[in-house]
Design a protein around this ligand. Structure first.
Ligand SMILES: Nc1ncnc2c1ncn2[C@@H]1O[C@H](COP(=O)(O)OP(=O)(O)OP(=O)(O)O)[C@@H](O)[C@H]1O
Ligand SMILES: [Mg+2]
Length: 469
């Protein structure tokens, strides 16, 4: 049997032609020894290959001698998926992980069984897989793994030989409820500098999280209402058709005992599964003066969010490029903060304002018994894709963020790519009418590099706020 990587033009061909038809049978895993689309608690694996029809209890912390196989689209950079592989191997305590897009083939091994270290122990190109299959088999072949002694402490979940093989999720123990219990996490996306990608981050991060089956609420606190537009809520053409004027975030923050979140939130149309959105409105600009006179308006959002804490997993708040009252309301209401920045000198210098602003807000939060804002980090955003820049300048700019301003930098980088702006600027035509039809990057171009970057960002953020599997 041989394998030709040219046969794999998309993710499902990598799964069928490389993994199912070639790799697993050649390595000695017959159809009863591997399982596709395996659900283990809230983790979803593409494939799991076992040495027998026995999988150790996943609640047991001892390492398990089996192989997780994850297939990606040939255009996807595997580097973006290593973190997730590390999470799978360490959470499930599985010893081996194969990551491949058909062109690049890698095997990772869980090294530190208590922690989460994985090492790349084998890598080759797709065109070399057939030539190196013996080497691969020596590492993760079924016979090889069957010979590795499983640690004695493992309690095996055996099932009777008479019982027909069932989908694996029916006989694996679920992850205990306590480990996946969720609490709503509210994350503000803020930088006082304009145009750094706050709205783009809010919209696409919301879509990425929603696609993982979590319930998401977006709150737009910027009078420019770009997020409201990008979520697909501004399809009206005339002022008379503007239904947002009298029901938006202003109403939520102005009125203490009415205009609750479920009454004002709308269903978005920019992504599937849809998320809820509390829209903004251009009128927020002049309405701000009214709010300033009313000190209690700073805490109405906090109280109203408390009432929906069982309805959402993640709330993302988009903010204006300013130090105004709306920005304050966002930072008072959030638990966490992401600061998108293009890392250019102006944006970096602006971080000093962000830092002072956070200190001011934290003082207010202490009066209302809220813990200080947890800064998840500065998100490198709209980053140039020029190789020299990435190699020489970018690391220096990231270092400045930590050394001079004391903010952590997120590991994920969102590069400047046209697909992201094209997704938001998407239109459809109805007769001669041009109707805005903004999309998330996942709905506009799911196989794009930008989609993979936002997927990676969602993984990193969920991990940092304690919502990942
Ligand atoms: N990674 C990216 N690649 C390409 N274009 C981007 C990227 N991120 C944002 N943009 C574009 O840059 C412009 C500003 O982005 P965005 O609206 O997200 O910034 P912002 O910080 O929300 O701005 P503001 O401060 O005005 O609210 C938009 O036209 C957007 O489409
Ligand atoms: Mg914006």
């Amino acid at each position: 049997m041989s394998f030709d990587p040219k046969l794999c033009r998309n993710e499902s061909e990598v799964e069928s032609k490389l993994i199912v038809q070639y790799l697993l049978p050649t390595l000695g895993y017959d159809a009863s020894k591997w399982h596709q689309e395996v659900a283990l608690g809230s983790i979803r694996l593409d494939f799991l290959a076992l040495t027998s029809q026995v999988f150790p209890s996943i609640t047991d912390s001892a390492p398990k001698v089996c192989v997780v196989v994850e297939a990606k689209h040939p255009k996807q950079n595997l580097n973006l998926h290593v973190r997730r592989m590390r999470r799978y191997l360490s959470k499930l305590q599985v010893m081996y992980g194969v990551l491949t897009n058909g062109k690049d083939f890698r095997i990772y091994q869980l090294i530190d069984h208590q922690g989460d270290r994985i090492d790349l122990i084998f890598q080759c190109q797709g065109s070399e897989i057939a030539a190196k299959i013996q080497k691969i088999s020596d590492i993760i072949g079924r016979d090889k793994l069957a010979g590795i002694e499983t640690p004695k402490s493992i309690t095996e979940t055996k099932f009777s030989e008479q019982v027909k093989l069932q989908p694996i999720e029916t006989y694996l123990l679920p992850i205990p409820e306590s480990k996946i219990a969720r609490t709503m996490k509210t994350i503000a996306i803020y930088h006082n500098k304009g145009g750094v990608g706050k709205t783009t981050t809010t919209i696409n991060l919301a879509a990425a999280i929603s696609r993982k089956g979590l319930k998401v609420l977006i709150i737009d606190l910027d009078s420019q209402a770009n997020t409201t537009y990008a979520a697909g809520l501004m399809k009206f053409e005339t002022e008379e058709e503007d239904t947002l004027k009298d029901s938006n975030i202003y109403n939520v923050v102005f009125y203490p005992k009415s205009n609750y979140i479920p009454e004002v939130a709308l269903k978005s149309t920019f992504t599937y599964p849809s998320v809820d959105v509390i829209p903004a409105h251009i009128n927020l600009i002049w309405q701000e003066a009214r709010l300033v006179d009313k000190d209690s308006s700073k805490t109405h959002l906090v109280k109203k969010l408390e009432l929906v804490k069982d309805d959402y997993d993640v709330v993302l708040i988009d903010t204006p490029p300013s130090l105004n009252l709306y920005a304050k309301i966002a930072l008072i209401a959030c638990d966490y903060l992401i600061i998108p920045s293009d890392l250019k000198p102006f944006a970096n210098e602006g971080l000093r304002n962000v830092k002072n602003f956070i200190e001011e807000i934290d003082e207010f939060r202490s009066f209302i018994n809220k813990s200080p804002i947890a800064v998840l980090g500065v998100l490198p955003s709209k980053i140039l894709t020029n190789a020299n820049y990435i190699k020489a300048t970018l690391p220096k700019q990231e270092k400045v963020v930590t050394e001079r301003y004391g903010f952590p930098v997120l590991e994920t980088r969102i590069f400047q790519r046209e697909d992201l702006s094209r997704a938001i600027d998407n239109f459809i035509f109805e007769g001669d009418r041009q109707i805005p039809d903004p999309k998330s990057i996942f709905d506009f171009k799911p196989d794009s590099i930008s989609a993979a970057e936002f997927e990676e960002l969602a993984n990193e953020v969920l991990e940092k706020v304690g919502l990942s599997a």
